[in-house]
Design a protein around this ligand. Structure first.
Ligand code: SF4
Length: 272
């Protein structure tokens, strides 16, 4: 087994308070060092593939444990590798990316829409110029990001379709795919600062009451009940009137019973 897991498995559980899954779910099994211990045992044939895959997916890939670690152990990288190696043993099958949809409209600025809200129309009115729309029903396939071939056909199509465009995103899953592929983009709340929110685990410029609301993968796909518990913990800690910058957070919190406006809501409301 590689160095990071041996390091983590032997370390006291100091990273517990920084892991949003451990804090939000309240599960001892989600503490990064506990996950490392399971992978350590798996490497020695002491636990099943299913248990190791389940442990490695108790994560939202936020990177907080690495930022906190005094040894800078790349534990999130190791977890990604474990999930890919154990993909067949994950609690739920990883959905394949949907085929990309054609762009709509004209203009260099292009919004990536992930739900039914008229994000492109609203931004066009706000900026007083044409804005294209790129609609996606699966955030460009973010659920499959761990195993995505960065030189494969799906990645190549995204890069080709993005070429020459100024992409604007408001969804952490889309941002993750584009970042992994090296495709530049701008967050909506950075482009229109007056609508900036105050919380998101992955958008810059946002301070989070809890590092993540649980809406990111692999947790939300592999452990939906834990993801809901993280959302409840996030909502319990949130300041009254909190807004989020990220449509993924908004959708996840809404599914957990918490209506929180996001940057797209603010953009549309400002135009009303
Ligand atoms: S990357 Fe984030 S969610 Fe995953 S184990 Fe580390 S702190 Fe927890």
């Amino acid at each position: 087994m590689s160095h990071p897991v041996s390091t983590c498995a032997l370390c006291p559980r100091l990273c517990r308070p920084v892991c949003p899954v451990a804090v939000g779910s309240g599960r001892e099994a989600a503490v990064p060092t506990a996950i490392a211990s399971v992978l350590w045992d798996h490497a020695r044939g002491r636990v099943s593939d299913a248990l190791a895959a389940s442990a490695a997916s108790l994560c939202v890939d936020c990177g907080a444990c690495r930022s906190f670690c005094q040894l800078d152990a790349p534990f999130p990288d190791h977890l990604r590798g474990a999930r890919v190696a154990l993909a067949g043993a994950l609690p739920h099958a990883v959905p394949s990316p949907e085929p990309l949809r054609a762009l709509e409209g004209s203009g260099v600025t292009c919004v990536i829409e992930t739900d039914g809200r008229p994000f492109g129309d609203a931004l066009s009115q706000r900026l007083q110029r044409s804005v294209r729309r790129w609609r996606t029903g699966d955030a460009l396939g973010v659920a499959a990001i761990d195993g995505m071939d960065l030189k494969g056909p799906h990645a190549a199509q995204i890069r080709a379709q993005a070429s020459g465009l100024a992409l604007v995103v408001a969804h952490g899953g889309v941002a993750k795919v584009l970042s992994r592929l090296g495709v530049p983009f701008t967050w909506l709340h950075e482009l229109v600062p007056s609508i900036s929110g105050v919380a998101s685990c992955c958008a810059p410029g946002a301070a989070a009451p809890l590092g993540c609301c649980g809406g990111a993968g692999p947790l939300v796909v592999q452990h939906p009940a834990d993801a809901r518990r993280v959302a409840q913990a996030w909502a319990a800690r949130a300041e009254p009137g909190v807004r989020v910058v990220d449509a993924r957070c908004q959708a996840h919190l809404a599914a957990a019973g918490h209506a929180v406006p996001d940057a797209i809501d603010s953009l549309i409301a400002d135009l009303a």
